[in-house]
Design a protein around this ligand. Structure first.
Ligand code: ADP
Ligand code: ZN
Length: 609
């Protein structure tokens, strides 16, 4: 399926260009042409030509003298001097005095350049502009200016269409949508009993979780046409154009019914109406039109609207009320099983070695979306090609997860010996603190090869399975582990470095969330101090408490982090010999696996016991 999305520049951009060209023309080109014939000379040449009787016309102004040669083919200019006898000498030379020497090139050229050229440029630009306008407003083959054509693309079902099988995981979403497919197959079953299907289904979830894919799969499974348009495409320069597009889209859809209309990023038009003066009129009109259209068609006419958004909380309540988008299908980030399934779906397309274990890869890629997993598989295939191998190996996949997490290996970076040592201790600090505590995820890999993201090394911890609940103790342990890197630097070298900035950020965030959102402090009990803004996009929070409370929160955050930091330092001091051994080993190897790490940890424990 081909989707052509041309990036659109705002119209104002083209007006700007026209304006600029005109200004430039006037400022630079015109004066250039006007003076193009005049040649500047020195006063000596002028006197010489006077004496040689070579001057045709002459014009003496206050501070300059313009003159021509005898046949008037050339115009010269020179500065005026205090020269009392000049007039007499000029007269003697036979020059003709005049007041307006023609300084310009031939009248025809002047006319062409100063009148015709700008007009031609203007017309050409105008043509270009109107074409762009037409493109913005509608399909390429629409009438002049194509007002109000929707550029929804129709997909006629084909055997290559996406099916539910191509969408891995997301079983709940598929189950939910299967009903719609069933309805499209056999509407009679539903109408007989008097049931109406929802007109609109809202697919809600973080980016890259397969919402578009699911919508296509519904159309693919039901074998009906698929119209797709992005919410942002409705929002146009002119008030009313978006609404006209909505009308057109629904007209087309009704003709092709039964069919699926998919509106991506519906929050672009369906955001809450502000109700303030000077709000976005165009967007509101578009939304109103959409609401009217949805009310207008009866439930069972076979047009089903699927819409996707990752900001459900910002949608206008009118849009989500029963009778419009009344069904909401969550499309969440895949869990461990889902990740494994998605990896397998995408791995169908690549050649892979026998050693590939998707379970491990899925575990390592905790938190990755479907799109990211697809990307991981592709990165691995690219890496195999780069290394001139014919199949993708486990190592390729692991490396590509690291690329997605931390960026590419930075081959050129050379750390000084001391720096490398500090980084080794830092990473082992994290890993050892994690290993010495119960309730921490096992260490999978430790490396001190610098990455393009700026990380000088990192410790990868991987949970055994999915974790849905975290206890206070586990969160505290996480913070301790995060402070472990810095703690090791302090314990061993007695210095602090910038290497811990990311750890600090994460530890602070966790500690803050414990207090403000998870109700894990005695002082504030179960009171929310922060609200999550958009759950699916980074999860920004806003404070919801008085400034005094904020101060208290800040103090609490510092207390928590400090306490865990001290705990980490103590742990490392008590295990100093083990810390040294591990850091030495990592320093030498640069990358070690979790098993190697645990072997050394356990050896030591065995020896001391
Ligand atoms: P969204 O619309 O939720 O942002 P898309 O449906 O556009 O995400 O997904 C982007 C890409 O990610 C898809 O083309 C597909 O390759 C991959 N992908 C996402 N989710 C899945 C999934 N559940 N199964 C298989 N591939 C997926
Ligand atoms: Zn660190």
């Amino acid at each position: 399926m081909k989707e052509v999305k041309s990036p659109k520049k705002p119209l104002i951009y083209y007006y700007g260009i026209v304006f600029l060209i005109l200004i430039l023309f006037n400022l630079i080109i015109t004066p250039l042409i006007q003076n193009s014939r005049i040649e500047e000379t020195d006063y000596g040449t002028f006197m010489e030509m006077t004496n040689n009787k070579e001057i045709g016309l002459v014009e003496v102004d206050d501070n300059e003298i313009i003159f021509t040669n005898k046949d008037q083919s050339k115009v010269y200019k020179t500065g005026a001097m205090n020269d009392p006898n000049l007039t007499q000498r000029l007269y003697d030379s036979g020059a003709t005095f005049t007041k307006n020497i023609d300084r310009q090139t031939s009248p025809l050229v002047t006319f062409l350049v100063s009148f015709v050229l700008p007009v031609v440029i203007f017309i050409a630009l105008g043509q270009y502009l109107s074409r762009r306008l037409a493109e913005q407003l509608g399909g390429k083959n629409s009438m002049a200016f194509g007002m109000g054509k929707s550029n929804a693309r129709v997909y006629v079902p084909s055997s290559s269409g996406i099916k539910f099988d191509d969408v891995a995981g997301e079983d709940e979403a598929k189950e939910n949508l299967a009903e719609i497919v069933d309805y499209l197959h056999d509407p009679k079953k539903y109408t007989d009993i008097g049931a109406t299907l929802p007109k609109g289904v809202l697919l809600v979830g973080p980016p890259g979780t397969g919402k578009t894919m699911l919508a296509k799969a519904v159309a693919g499974e039901a074998g009906v046409p698929f119209f797709s348009i992005a919410g942002s495409e409705f929002v146009e320069m002119f008030v009313g154009a978006g609404a006209a597009k909505v009308r057109d889209l629904f007209r087309q859809a009704k003709e092709k019914a039964p069919c699926i209309v998919f509106i991506d990023e519906i929050d672009a038009i369906g955001g809450k109406r502000s109700g303030q003066v000077g709000g976005n009129d165009e967007r509101e009109q578009t939304l109103n039109q959409l609401l009217t259209e949805m009310d207008g068609f009866e439930g069972n006419n076979g047009v089903i609207i699927l819409a996707a958004t990752n900001r459900p909380e910002s949608l206008d309540p009118a849009l989500t009320r029963p009778g419009r988008f009344d069904r909401r299908v969550p499309v969440e980030l895949p869990d461990l099983k889902g990740r494994e399934a998605i990896l397998k779906v995408h791995a169908r397309k690549i050649k892979k070695a026998d050693d590939v274990d998707f379970h491990t890869i899925a575990r390592m890629a905790a938190g990755a979306s479907g799109a990211e997993l697809a990307n991981i598989v592709n990165e691995a295939a690219l890496r195999a090609v780069r290394d001139k191998r014919s199949a993708v190996t486990e190592a390729d996949l692991e490396e590509s997860i690291e690329v997605v997490i931390a960026g590419y290996q930075k081959k050129g970076t050379v750390l000084s010996d001391q720096e490398k040592k500090v980084v080794a201790y830092h990473e082992i600090g994290h890993a050892l603190v994690a290993a010495l505590q119960s309730h921490s995820a096992p260490v999978q890999k430790i490396t001190i090869i610098p990455r393009t993201s700026g990380a000088l090394g990192y410790t990868m911890q991987v949970e055994q399975g999915d974790k849905y609940l975290l206890s206070k103790e586990e969160l505290m342990n996480k913070i301790t582990t995060l402070t472990g890197g810095r703690a090791a630097e302090e314990v061993v070298f007695g210095l602090v470095t910038t290497g811990a900035s990311n750890d600090i950020e994460q530890a602070t965030k966790l500690a803050r969330a414990m207090i403000t959102r998870y109700g894990m402090s005695d002082t504030f009990d179960m009171v929310a101090m922060e609200n999550v803004q958009n759950q699916y996009l980074g999860g920004d929070t806003t404070l919801a408490c008085s400034p005094e409370t904020q101060t208290q929160i800040d103090r609490k955050v510092v207390d928590i982090v400090r306490e865990q930091h001290e705990k980490a330092k103590k742990m490392l001091q008590e295990n100093r010999p083990l810390l040294d051994r591990l850091a030495g080993y990592l320093y030498e190897k640069e990358t070690i696996t979790g098993e190697e790490f645990m072997r050394i940890v356990n050896e030591k424990e065995g020896a001391s016991a």
